[in-house]
Design a protein around this ligand. Structure first.
Ligand SMILES: Nc1ncnc2c1ncn2[C@@H]1O[C@H](COP(=O)(O)OP(=O)(O)OP(=O)(O)O)[C@@H](O)[C@H]1O
Ligand SMILES: [Mg+2]
Length: 391
């Protein structure tokens, strides 16, 4: 089974790309499910068919689904949530606040993914395409398996520690509680989920961008964090490229020129990942037929479900007191290496090649000491954080 997740800033075309990939995958004969985990679903609009919370058949080999996230949370998290809320209320937190506090952030996304994983196995799908919420939330979702383990172990401590005094009382308040069994089950599920999500033969993450500055910036940040947590990215979709032949008039000319710059930037920034381009259509791209055209524009003769890139796009390793950032830049020619760091941004130049990247916080607070470029690999060494001088 292949699990393909599209990430990107709001409105860049995640739903369109997910649906287009699914349509193309189904055309090629794979049993394909496209599923939306965004609470604000728009998958049904994109496909132009009504969808339910169970896989709905759309065409040959193609199913669609909009998960009811709230139902999922209630099912997997309901009892524990009651339990936590009761404890919080006993601590004097008011009713509404304790209900809210009893939800672990990112829980919605975790249960959606658990649901997708379970169902993908039962339904014998060859390919499951996930149309996720905009990047910020999705990145939080993806760091969630770890965060969740941390929360869950806290909740368990809570039960065996100081809070155990309150326990019999709480148990009396929620007689049917098996909240802790629920945590244990979830913990096991989340662990298996993390395994699936980081297995490059199963899961692929694809960033969707438009030729626009802020959109590209956000995708760079996403790329950094995905790499940091070990999630395999295998390509970038560049959506809404103005077709050169259709450009007329000074305004459109200027816009197309600007796009050309950003387009080049996308190719430079995300190499060695493949960049798939789709034109800016003069109409909405809804319905299976138009989506199939988008799928073909993006992937040409390729099967969109294959793994397009294997290996790390960046790597951070600890070396004594230092950290080493390793960036494979296979197409870059040897030249003078320059690095400048500003806040969490690192500007790299090697001869004529330029790239900037967003650093994760661990590296942002450290000075970049040295950079070497050898055998297509850039290595930047970061020293221990500088302690601010008093006064
Ligand atoms: N290449 C394109 N050419 C023309 N219109 C497009 C293109 N790609 C997407 N659209 C249109 O842009 C709108 C937004 O696209 P879409 O819903 O796929 O974005 P999204 O990233 O999923 O948004 P959200 O973050 O709100 O979920 C839709 O109306 C879609 O039909
Ligand atoms: Mg969407």
């Amino acid at each position: 089974m292949r699990l393909i997740l599209y990430l990107g800033k709001g409105g860049v075309g995640k739903t369109t790309t997910s649906a287009a990939t699914a349509v193309r995958s189904a055309e090629l004969g794979h049993r394909t499910l496209v599923v939306s985990t965004d609470v604000a679903h728009s998958l049904a609009d994109a496909l132009d068919v009504p969808l339910g919370s169970k896989p709905t058949p759309i065409a040959e080999n193609l199913w669609g689904q909009e998960i009811n996230v709230l139902d999922e949370v209630r099912e997997h998290w309901g009892e524990l949530r009651n339990y936590l809320a009761t404890l919080l209320k006993r601590k004097g937190v008011d009713d509404v606040a304790s209900e809210e506090l009893a939800i672990i952030p990112g829980m919605e996304e975790v249960v959606s993914l658990l649901h997708i994983r379970r169902q993908a196995r039962q339904g014998n799908f060859d390919a499951v395409i996930v149309d996720a919420a905009p990047t910020g939330e999705t990145i939080r979702l993806l760091t969630m398996p770890e965060t969740f383990q941390w929360y869950a172990s806290r909740v368990m401590d809570w039960d065996s520690g100081t809070m155990s005094l309150a326990k019999p009382l709480v148990r009396a308040l929620i007689p049917a509680t098996n909240a802790f069994d629920q945590v244990k089950k979830l913990q096991a599920g989340v662990e298996a989920l993390r395994e699936t999500l980081t297995d490059p033969e199963i899961s692929s993450y694809r960033l969707v961008v438009n030729p626009e500055r802020i959109v590209i910036k956000e995708a760079q940040r996403a790329a950094t964090y995905l790499a940091l947590f070990g999630y395999p990215v295998d390509g970038v979709v560049l959506n809404r490229v103005l077709p050169r032949t259709a450009v007329e008039g000074a305004f459109m000319q200027q816009m197309a020129d600007m796009q050309t710059g950003y387009r080049q930037q996308v190719h430079d920034l995300f190499a060695p990942l493949p960049i798939w381009e789709a034109p800016h259509y003069p109409h909405d791209v809804t319905g299976v037929e138009r989506l199939a055209a988008v799928g073909r524009a993006l992937f040409k003769q390729d099967d969109p479900t294959k793994v397009f890139f294997r290996g790390k796009t960046q790597e951070i390793i600890k070396d004594g007191e230092d950290y080493m950032l390793k960036l494979p830049l296979p197409h870059v020619e040897i030249g003078k290496v320059g690095i400048t760091k500003r806040g969490d941004e690192l500007f790299i130049s090697i001869g004529n090649f330029k790239r900037d990247m967003i650093l994760p916080l661990t590296l942002a607070e450290r000075p970049a000491k040295r950079a070497v470029f050898k055998d297509g690999m850039l290595e930047v060494r970061f020293g221990p954080p500088e302690t601010p001088t008093p006064g």
